[in-house]
Design a protein around this ligand. Structure first.
Ligand code: FES
Length: 575
């Protein structure tokens, strides 16, 4: 049996197309898995990047999903090889999965580059797995296609729909207000998550799945097909088939992820009422590719667009309803006049071609442009002396009467301080107060936890208060809602003005005017700054590396030395 022919243009042939000892090494051990000799003949080798883990329940269908991808790869004449990368389970990982997004991205990047791979399929689901895989793959820039795991089935408790995350927040506030018993609360746990799959509200996972599709990085319909629906597995099959063609066409990630693609995604995020977390993740992905995208682009490009998707937390329905109504293609068709329709996508067609005929089957779930859920729904970027580098708010999830508000600050120095005092009946807080939480940003927490939507004090809940202005350097779950100012930059732990806010200071929030102002004069702020000291860095390990190198939220919170890419160059032999 002769050595397979060399195909110098194919990356994997630098492993498998070799004579002598090296080629033997590279092929022989794979033959130990039952791989026939002809699989090394120069056909596209497709890496299937899998984030399956029982510690990430949202991605627990991914073993099966990968099998369907393999079917498609074989069918198209490719050679699939599945590999695991660090999985990030939003609900289990402490202190926050965001602390590890960049670590997982490093794992993805190095795993792809170090191995005999010509093209990549990214299996993504739970919140951080999507940006981590896109960031890592972007820094290698091979032909790449995404397939999301899909949302779980709609939650249902006592005949009523219950949305992931959003339902927890609502019901836990009812427990705190004394209107729901602990037993009833426990019973609802099994009723909310009824199947494998990601959160079925328009939380961060669904938002990021929509971003993958709007960016052109997946086949159409990827965002919304339920995880357990047979059509999800069919899409995986087709994605496997398509990635082989993409390798032959040399359709690399950088050809799809242009500024136009990011602009389309930002507009799509407004139309779906998407998560604020998309801001940070898209900035980080763009940074890996050298695409010129800034925090202000989010406001300039997307903030005036309406929210058309009537899904929790901004609306009423859940992801299953969204899919049956037509999913993201129907939304994109509705806002087609605002999109760059000539943006290329991974199926070789333009975005405009993909959505031209997209039907909508339910006009209450996906509203027409003339009858939106909210008229101006994108991300508003605030600036002022409290957030010189910016802060964000999602007006569609906020209370309209609080979008212009002045109030006195009730200040919590960190999350422990907040947890210790928020239930205290003696806490001096009223319906006009503004809750301020410090030291929950990228460096401060560390990892920038989703604690920005602080629960309200029980005594106000009992008075019927359902929302307060809340300001922090933290993030918020995409399933959360409220008048919540997030991602204040620079963060308190980096010495941002947020660190200087004191109890009783007056703060002005003006969302229409895009302003966040601390009504304390400059001389007093300078006095306070002189007394401020930076928190000590973590002693060792990943946390130390992270805190030393993480960028601020307005830049995407990537590590400074990971911005950009190193391409797909092949390193020297290991033996
Ligand atoms: Fe995994 Fe929401 S917790 S998708």
């Amino acid at each position: 049996m002769s050595a397979p022919p060399r195909k110098p243009g194919r990356r994997s042939q630098q492993w498998f197309g070799r004579d002598g000892k090296q080629g033997f090494y590279y092929r022989s051990w794979l033959k130990g898995m039952g791989v026939p000799h002809e699989m090394f003949d120069g056909r596209p080798v497709i890496g299937i990047c899998n984030t399956w883990s029982e510690l990430t329940p949202c991605n627990s269908s991914f073993r099966e999903l990968a099998e369907y991808v393999k079917r498609g790869v074989y069918e198209a004449g490719g050679f699939p090889l599945e590999f695991p990368v660090m999985s990030l389970g939003e609900t289990q990982i402490r202190p926050t999965a965001m602390l590890y997004r960049n670590l997982a991205a490093m794992d993805v990047e190095e795993s792809i580059r170090a191995n005999p791979i010509d093209g990549v399929v990214l299996l993504m689901g739970c919140d951080k797995t999507t940006p981590a895989l896109l960031m890592g793959a972007a820094s290698v820039d091979l032909p790449t296609i995404g397939i999301s795991g899909g949302p779980s089935l709609s939650g249902n408790w006592r005949g009523k729909p219950v949305g992931s995350g959003t339902g927890v927040i609502e019901m836990s506030e009812m427990v705190r207000a004394g209107t729901l018993s602990q037993d009833e609360f426990n019973e609802a746990e099994a009723c909310m998550q009824r199947s494998k799959g990601s959160c079925m509200t328009m939380g961060t996972a669904s938002t990021m799945a929509c971003m993958v599709e709007a960016l052109g990085m997946s086949l159409p319909e990827n965002a919304a097909i339920p995880a357990v629906d047979a059509r999800r597995f069919r899409l995986a099959h087709l994605s496997g088939r398509r990635i082989v063609e993409m390798v032959r066409e040399d359709l690399r990630m950088s050809k799809v992820l242009t500024r136009k693609a990011f602009a389309n995604a930002i507009r799509a995020n407004a139309a779906i009422g998407g998560s604020t977390n998309a801001v940070i993740h898209l900035l980080a992905i763009a940074g890996r590719l050298g695409v010129d995208l800034s925090l202000d682009d989010w406001d300039a490009i997307g903030s005036r667009l309406p929210c058309l998707v009537n899904l929790k937390p901004s609306g009423q329905y859940l992801m299953e309803d969204f899919y049956y109504a037509g999913g993201l293609p129907a939304v994109l068709r509705e806002i087609a006049a605002h999109l760059d329709l000539d943006a290329p996508t991974v199926n070789g067609r333009t975005l405009g071609e993909n959505i031209a005929e997209a039907p909508c089957w339910n006009r209450d779930v996906i509203r027409p442009l003339a009858e939106p859920v909210r008229p101006e729904a994108g991300i508003a970027v605030l600036r002022g002396n409290l957030a010189p580098d910016g802060a964000v708010i999602k007006p569609s999830a906020a209370s309209p009467h609080l979008l212009r508000h002045r109030g006195r600050a009730v200040v919590f120095e960190d999350i422990d301080d907040f947890k210790r005092r928020i239930d205290d009946e003696a806490l001096e807080v009223d319906a006009d107060s503004i809750l301020v939480l410090k030291n929950c940003g990228p460096r401060g927490y560390p990892g920038m936890a989703e604690v920005g939507n602080m629960p309200l004090p029980p005594k106000l809940l009992r008075q019927g208060v359902t929302d307060l202005v809340r300001i922090s350097d933290a993030r918020m779950s995409g399933t959360a809602y409220g008048t919540v100012v997030l991602h204040v930059s620079p963060e308190a732990a980096a010495g941002g003005p947020l660190a200087l806010v004191r109890e009783g200071d007056v703060i002005e929030l003006d969302v229409p005017g895009r302003r966040l102002h601390l009504e304390v004069d400059a001389a007093e702020l300078a006095r306070r700054r002189a007394q401020w000291t930076a928190p000590p860095p973590p002693a060792r390990g990943w946390e130390r590396l992270y805190v030393q190198h993480v960028q601020q939220a307005h830049l995407g919170a990537d590590l400074d030395f990971l911005v950009g890419g190193s391409g797909d160059g092949v390193a020297g032999d290991s033996h």
